[in-house]
Design a binder for this molecule. Structure first.
Ligand code: NAD
Length: 417
């Protein structure tokens, strides 16, 4: 277990308890929201790979079936999966999706594996978890190092195992297998809707609209591209090898094109351009900008760097990028933090819309999907903002209060406690 996941998990449980107490829920109702309903943790022998630790954690299905992604990463452990699962529970509740929380993973480093080995791990994960997932039970999706291809293998293996077609068992599928228009960029698009809505209340935070994005994977690259299209200037971006910074602005369309076709690191792309600064990921976070977007892994903003961050607003597109100690420092410094479970909820929202389309076997255009995503994100942002103002809470505290209110009410109505 990593120290970061362990402390992040305890902090989220603590924040749910605090919100639950403030709302007057009983100790039993609070306990129902803070502990997982099911933990599946098996070591599975995968042909050609060896033993792989596989996880699925399910958190509170009072609002509906469990929902959450699957991560393939060497740092995946039970605490990390629990942390991500409890966050999914909050996220679904906060944006009003009728689903509970879940997360899954396999402890592998995909960079060490061939495509065939990754497929074998994906199929083994689906076979192992087949008894626990299902269209009305628990619906997985992609997360770090998994994608539409991984979901395709998992769908195929699950359907073979249960002996029937069930496209809605998994989301984030390619369009050809029942995926939704707009899913690929949904997390970033949703985050941009949240940001733009909050900036209508906080116009001074936009500054000169200079943005730094940490992480240039699915979420980070689409966030940079969408924001650039909407008139923001992307001054810094990074990947796991390091970052590049140019106060004049970076051509993110060219960067994305080059990175997709050549798979080179960002710093290599600019190796011969002396005007673009090459920086470490640590340095990138504290460089001058108006809006900072962590879009890589957890635990990036800590006591070590929170006091040095120049941005006036942080949009958390990654899950759990800010430690709770750092959160306090940022609060004292009046840096506004848009919490992950609001900022990146566009991903699960379009996953939910994919599930709805699979169930009705009728598919929407990209415009129709976007037309449904935007009001969901804007309504949640407005509710969080108003709660923060009316109750003198940070946006994160307000988000906890609203999310816990919905889940707690559903738990109480069902008479579960
Ligand atoms: P991804 O694997 O596509 O991209 C991750 C990016 O982070 C890559 O560019 C990688 O090079 C970079 N990276 C890895 N380690 C880094 C480090 N130490 N410092 C800086 N950069 C580093 O993953 P993704 O799907 O874009 O997910 C990114 C984050 O967003 C994760 O926290 C994930 O949980 C969260 N998230 C993703 C979705 C989604 O729809 N994909 C939805 C909600 C939340």
């Amino acid at each position: 277990m990593t120290h970061t996941s362990e402390s992040t998990y305890k902090n989220i449980q603590g924040a749910i308890s605090k919100a639950g107490q403030d709302l007057g829920f009983s100790a039993a109702t609070i306990a129902d929201m803070t502990e997982p309903y099911n933990v599946i943790n098996q070591t599975v022998s995968v042909d050609g790979v060896g033993n792989v630790d596989m996880y699925r954690v399910q958190y509170n299905n009072a609002l509906g079936p469990y929902k959450g992604g699957i991560r393939f990463h060497p740092a995946v452990d039970l605490d990390e999966v629990k942390t991500l699962a409890i966050t999914m529970m909050l996220k679904c509740s906060l944006v009003g999706i009728p689903m509970g929380g879940a997360k899954g993973g396999a402890t592998i480093d995909p960079r060490d594996l061939s495509d065939a080995q990754i497929e074998a791990v994906a199929r083994a994960w689906a076979r192992t978890m087949a008894p626990y997932i299902g269209v009305d039970k628990d619906i997985p999706a992609p997360d770090v190092n998994t994608n539409g291809q991984t979901m395709s293998y998992m769908l195929d293996e699950f359907e073979k195992t249960v002996g029937r077609s069930e496209p809605g068992v998994i989301t984030g599928k390619p369009i050809a297998l029942g995926g939704s228009q707009g899913r690929e960029q949904a997390t970033s698009q949703g985050g941009v809707y949240v940001l733009e809505h909050l900036l209508t209340h906080l116009p001074d935070r936009a500054g000169d609209k200079r943005v730094i994005v940490q992480g240039f994977g699915n979420v980070g690259s689409f966030a940079a591209l969408i924001l650039a299209e909407r008139g923001f200037t992307i001054v810094g971006v990074s990947d796991s090898k390091g970052g590049v910074y140019d106060p004049r602005g970076l051509d993110v369309v060219a960067i994305a094109k080059e990175k997709n076709s050549n798979r080179t690191s960002l710093q290599d792309l600019f190796a011969s351009d002396d005007e673009v600064q090459k920086v470490t990921n640590e340095e990138l976070l504290v460089l001058d900008c108006d809006i900072l977007i962590p879009a890589a892994l957890e635990g990036q903003i800590t006591v070590e760097n929170a006091a040095d961050i120049k941005a006036g607003l942080i949009l958390e597109l990654a899950n759990n990028p800010t430690s709770s100690e750092a959160d306090l420092i940022l609060k004292e410094r009046d840096v506004i933090v848009v919490p992950d479970f609001l900022a990146n909820a566009g991903g699960v929202t379009v996953s939910y819309l994919e599930w709805v389309q699979n169930r009705q076997q009728y598919y929407w255009t990209a415009e129709e999907v976007d037309h449904k995503l935007k009001p969901i994100m804007t309504t949640a942002s407005e509710a969080v903002y108003q709660t923060s103002i009316n109750s003198s809470l940070t946006l994160r505290e307000a988000g906890f209060r609203l999310a816990v209110q919905r889940i707690g009410e559903a738990v109480a109505l069902r008479g579960r406690v």
